[in-house]
Design a protein around this ligand. Sequence first.
Ligand SMILES: [Zn+2]
Length: 128
Amino acid sequence: MDTALIDAGTSPTQPLPAEALTRLRNLLLQELSVQTDQAEEQGRTVAELRTDPDTAIGQFEVDWELAEVMVGWSEEAIEDIEHALARLEDGSYGRCEQCPRPIPLERLEAIPHARFCVPCQARQDAMR
Ligand SMILES: [Zn+2]
């Protein structure tokens, strides 16, 4: 386990410099804690609105649905971030999951949990 951590930055298959990986790892960890807090908060809101049926009408019903949607977003984001962190550990981070191309560093800095390069992401989005 310890050797895997050390090798991740120096592995020849890893296209990104070690200092970029460190920076991206920090971004991911930061984002993970933000999303985890958000999911917890939204989860509490959903639970509160659910246990009090009198408030789950009109405006509150809309809020309840919105809160549930936001929990879904946070959970999706957490999944993506955890996936990215796992790929950082095994050294496959920074490569597209669809094709052998590396994901450009500027894309990773904008979206550290990006799974695909830009053309593959466009194809994924078009398929939805
Ligand atoms: Zn690709």
